[in-house]
Design a protein around this ligand. Structure first.
Ligand SMILES: NC(=O)c1ccc[n+]([C@@H]2O[C@H](COP(=O)([O-])OP(=O)(O)OC[C@H]3O[C@@H](n4cnc5c(N)ncnc54)[C@H](OP(=O)(O)O)[C@@H]3O)[C@@H](O)[C@H]2O)c1
Length: 345
């Protein structure tokens, strides 16, 4: 039997990304402390079905805004993967934007929010993301955790109107907080502030922190609920939009992201931020690939051209030894998982 790898904590374990991370950690013989908000809820049942879960997985009830609950989950671990953050897919209270979610705002033009909706965003998205992340880091520091892997986002990288248009974005690029605020892009704002304050905390305390910044995450779902990024693909398959902007989508498979997180954890020389992205593909090309395999879904009918040269690079992550699977595999496995879950015919 392979040797046990040590005890690690994963926050927000029931979510799309974290579920794959937990599954992969268990398969690599880690002992996992998984935080969930409501243990016993059916939405976490899939976690106990993972191989080795009965021996090596322990669920902890924890909320990002409850420091003591996080401390109990982190205690006794040597590593922490901080994945939890609100990624809301609630509808924006704006008739023109009624099909958009807060999360999708990052991938589509932002609608304007009414003051009460903006206030709600602040409470529901920003506070758990920022204060919650600092709670996780503080608990990790106090429990003498050896390394924290923080799942940030390209949302903390790419919203920067001052970045030269012809230059590929690397880890030195940061989203502009004021720009996020004035465009009311609260998800990007929350991730940017959470990541920048994390680096400030790490500098102050000496905590070993590595941040991974994924682009749009697709791939098969393990959890029974639909997360915001999977909703993007489901809408593309089902919504039958009259027109859609032919924007460049930067896609990463959830399984390749989980591998990247573990690689960043296990590689001693890993440091700083890592953009995690695989395929940059225009919306129309994405639809063409899907149509060639699944011709009968209700795809967008027309595309309008947009000039969007902005690209991100994962070269730094690839230098650590990371690689990714073909896009077609991600798309097919996603669609098949939606069918299996009864989300698509
Ligand atoms: N999916 C993407 O395309 C993408 C791209 C870039 C970065 N990310 C980042 O990846 C991470 C995971 O996202 P995901 O796509 O897996 O979303 P998800 O499925 O919605 O998972 C989010 C998780 O965060 C937990 N959470 C939210 N608020 C919390 C709170 N106050 N206390 C404790 N837990 C809380 C949720 O718990 P419950 O299960 O209890 O609701 C859920 O498990 C996030 O940090 C996100 O910003 C995602």
């Amino acid at each position: 039997m392979a040797a046990e790898k040590g005890r690690v904590c994963v926050t927000g374990a029931g979510g799309f990304v974290a579920s794959w991370l937990v599954k992969l950690l268990l398969s690599k013989n880690y002992l996992v402390h998984a935080t969930v908000r409501q243990p016993g809820d059916a939405k976490y049942a899939h976690l106990s079905s993972f191989e080795k879960a009965s021996e090596n997985l322990r669920l902890f009830k924890a909320d990002l805004l409850d420091y003591n609950s996080l401390q109990s989950a982190v205690e006794g671990c040597i590593g922490v993967f901080h994945v939890a953050s609100p990624v809301p897919s609630t509808t924006v209270a704006n008739p023109e934007a009624k099909l958009l979610s807060y999360f999708l705002i990052f991938f589509l033009p932002p609608p304007s929010l009414s003051p009460p909706a903006a206030k709600q965003s602040e409470v529901e998205v920003i506070e758990p993301a920022v204060k919650g992340t600092l709670n996780v880091l503080k608990a990790s520091h106090e429990s003498k955790i050896k390394r924290v892997i923080f799942v940030s986002s390209v949302a903390a990288v790419a919203l920067n109107p001052r970045w030269p248009k012809d230059q590929v974005m690397d880890e030195t690029c940061w989203s502009d907080k004021d720009y996020c605020r004035t465009t009311k892009n609260w998800y990007c704002f929350s991730k940017t502030v959470a990541e920048s304050e994390s680096w400030e905390f790490a500098r102050r305390t000496g905590l070993d922190l590595v941040a991974v910044c994924p682009t749009l995450v697709l791939g098969p779902i393990l959890q029974p609920t639909v997360n915001a990024s999977s909703l993007f693909l489901l809408k593309l398959l089902e919504e039958g939009l009259e027109t859609m902007e032919n924007k460049l989508r930067k896609i990463i498979d959830v399984r390749d992201l989980a591998e990247a997180l573990i690689l960043a954890y296990e590689t001693p020389e890993a440091e700083g931020r890592y953009i995690c992205t695989a395929h940059a593909v225009e919306a129309k090309s994405l639809v063409d690939i899907l149509k060639s395999i699944y011709p009968n879904y209700n795809y967008p009918k027309n595309f309008t051209e947009v000039h969007e040269p902005e690209r991100q690079s994962s070269e730094k992550l690839q230098r650590l030894g990371w690689s990714y699977r073909p896009l077609k595999e991600t798309l097919v496995d996603s669609v098949e998982s939606y069918r299996k879950a009864g989300l698509l015919d």
